[in-house]
Structure formats: structure tokens, C-alpha cells
Design a protein around this ligand. Sequence first.
Ligand code: ATP
Length: 237
Amino acid sequence: MLRLRNVDVYYGSVPALTRVSLHVRQGEIVALVGGNGAGKTTTLTAASGLLRPKSGQITFQDQDITRLAPDRIVDMGLSQVPEGRLVWKPLPVEDNLLLGAFTRRGQTREVADDLDQIYSMFPILAERRRLPAGALSGGEQQMLAIGRALMARPRMLLLDEPSMGLAPAVTKEIFARIVALRQERGLTVLLVEQNARMALTIADRGYVLETGRVILQGPAGELLENRDVQRAYLGRD
Ligand code: ATP
């Protein structure tokens, strides 16, 4: 569904990604793990069109999206949930969700139905729909960020560090929702995580990034058993 081929991304003259190739099949959950500054966020940002690769190709559903504008990529069904959640804190929860549907002009009825579905998936958001987003807990804001991305009716989500700043029990709940989204909606997910163990536990396959390069890839179960991965990324979980 999503494929990166030999993607190079630079910040100025500094390389952030070097010949990164990866793919995500329809209905898969794929984890992208690695330490600080490995290039995980950069990979997602390139896929969502906010950063232009210097070379290489990115395709989504067999169409070349390497040089497409970000809003066109959202229209095609690829939505990013940014790191740090980035909800609009002064705005009510419901308005934050509706912002996610901004590319769906003229679909008032469908948008209202989707809002109901998101409230049934995340009942806490329904309870707090009139509260400013800034009044929500970290876990609730993460649910809101995911809900907002879902309002664009994506076929695939790019999820950046959903566990960031959350207590383990809350992270577990968020991850359970991600698995449910794949089961119930057939959603495809590329999941970026520093919490490699959690990510690989729910993923089908994984890629390990180090200093902007893919150094390992394979079925998630194999990566969890891999000695080098255990030593570098699973030790302190
Ligand atoms: P983290 O978990 O810390 O977010 P990451 O794996 O997501 O790490 P990236 O954020 O993709 O890593 O960063 C990859 C490299 O690019 C790092 O060396 C980082 O310092 C650099 N970098 C990231 N964003 C920028 C930017 N806007 N300008 C310049 N360099 C950047």
C-alpha cells in the first residue's frame, strides 16, 4: 500500500535518511523503531508530503506521491498523527475532531456519522466533547489526535510515538485501540515508536532505523527475539 524506495532526505546539507526502503501492505501494522534521532519522524513526514526527498520514490496505492502536496496525500487516504499530539488546546474537543474533516467539503452527513463512530470508539471524547482539548489528560489528547486523523477517513495512518509521555497502562489502552482499528476498519498502520517492545508486540513486521538507515527488518516476533535488537532497544522496557 505504501512503499519507499531508496529515499534520501536532507535537512540543509545534513542527511537525515539514506536510501531508506520499506513497504507496508494493506491491513498490516508495521513498526518503525530506533533510538533518538534515528530518522523515524523524518520517514513519516516524507511519506505525508511535508518533507521532500532529495532522491528516491514514495508510492501509495501504486501512485507516485513523492512530489504531491500534503493535502492531496490526505485526500488519497494517508493521514499522519503527529508526535506530541498537537491538538488545538483552546478549541473544544468536537471542533478539534471536525478540523480533521477539513478536506471533506460537502459531506456533512457522512462527517456527522463518522463523528458518532469516533465517539463510540472513544467514549471519553463524547463525554468531553464541549471541553477545551487542553483540559484533557495526555492519553485523552492522544485519542483525540487519532480521532481527528480518522475524521479524514484514511485508509492508512502514520502514527508518530503514540506512547510519548503516557503511563504504561494508558499506552496499553491506546495500542489496544490501534489493533481494534485494524480489525474493525481494516486500517493499515505505520507506527513509529521509541517503545520498541510495545510496538513490536502489536505489529506484524518491523524495521529498525539507525542514523537514517534501515539496519534490520523482519517479522515482529523475530525482531523481538533478535539479540542485537534486545540489547539496543528492548533492555530497559
Ligand atoms: P526522535 O525519536 O528523537 O524524534 P527520530 O528517529 O524521529 O527521533 P528524526 O526526528 O527523524 O528522528 O531526526 C533525524 C535526524 O534529523 C536527527 O539527527 C535530527 O537531529 C535531524 N533533524 C530532525 N528534524 C530536523 C530539522 N527540522 N532541522 C534539522 N535537522 C533535523
